[in-house]
Write a protein that binds this ligand. Structure first.
Ligand code: ZN
Length: 306
């Protein structure tokens, strides 16, 4: 049996938040259903933020309520604070992701809070979720862990310090996010190792952007360090509206090709996944789609991990 890697598809959240157009809700629901049918185990379908800040996310409640009816997929919603977590729970989200910035510059721009204030907010979110009858895990993403367009270089110790605070606040899982895509394989290795040494198995995921063309190299470095959970976006959509210079996430289609070729089972049917790009284009006709495997076609040599 092949070892399993979990992919969380983030295009409906990380991708659409920066899209020029606004995807109609009905098309978005159909697109999410197609990606779930392709076998993606987790889909982050939106964020519970102010629609004044990110109008593309105004329909997140409706999207979550429809998506949780899909079989075989865990529906994730981003919540930046307690109020967002309450809304996510009310809509039926099955997992909640929350960002915290490692750097002060991005923290103020993205959350209008210091990292210490956000750590305290995460503690309140944990307390709220533990008081619910329905068990929902909280995954905390450490934004700008590999560099920041405001504050520049991010030291290993800074990442470890924030991770320790978040783990102490009760997070179920922590992922390291290369929000602006400045990371490189040696940096990935060093920080994954250091954070795992500090907090153990709560360190789980990587969220990578392909700004410098190193996205898949970084994923492979993480894989070799034992990471078994990756965020990625169909067609490489994505970026942070509050992090200048950020470009798209690593491409899910290409990541599946990499992982399956290396003998790691993702559960994803690559041809079905590529077919879901057509619905994305239907909903956002002006969006540029990325991805090497979809462009070249799945080669005859491809053998999914069994
Ligand atoms: Zn991102």
């Amino acid at each position: 049996m092949a070892e399993r890697v979990t992919i969380c598809e983030v295009a409906p959240r990380d991708g659409l938040q920066i899209a020029r157009g606004r995807m109609p809700t009905a098309v978005k629901s159909r697109w999410i259903a197609a990606m779930a049918a392709a076998g993606l185990p987790q889909i982050e379908v939106g964020s519970f933020v102010s629609p004044k800040l990110i109008p593309q996310m105004a329909d997140t409640g409706e999207i979550v309520r429809a998506a949780v009816l899909l079989p075989g997929v865990t529906i994730v919603a981003l919540a930046p604070n307690l109020r967002g977590a309450e809304a996510a729970m009310a809509a039926g989200a099955q997992r909640i992701s929350v960002p915290i910035s490692v750097t002060m510059g991005h923290s103020r721009a993205n959350l209008n809070r210091t990292p210490a204030e956000q750590t305290a907010e995460i503690g309140r979110m944990v307390a709220f979720l533990r008081g619910q009858t329905r068990r929902v895990e909280l995954e905390v993403a450490l934004s700008t862990a590999f560099g920041c367009s405001f504050d520049g270089v991010v030291a290993v110790d800074e990442v470890v310090r924030v991770a320790e605070g978040v783990a102490a606040a009760g997070a179920d899982a922590i992922s390291l996010a290369d929000t602006v895509g400045y990371g490189h394989p040696a940096d990935i290795r060093a920080k994954v190792r250091a954070v795992r040494a500090a907090i153990g198995p709560v360190m789980q995921g990587l969220h990578l952007h392909d700004t410098m063309g190193l996205g898949l190299a970084n994923a492979l470095a993480g894989l070799e360090e034992g990471v078994r959970k990756f965020d990625s976006a169909l067609a490489g959509l994505g970026g942070c509206p509050f992090a200048p210079g950020a470009s798209g996430n690593i491409v899910t289609e290409d990541l599946v090709f990499l992982l399956e070729s290396q003998g790691f089972a993702t559960g994803v049917d690559l041809a079905k996944l590529i077919a879901a790009r057509a619905i994305l284009t239907e909903g956002l006709p002006d969006e540029v789609l990325h991805g090497q495997v979809p462009r070249a076609g799945i080669p005859k040599t491809f053998r999914p991990a069994a």
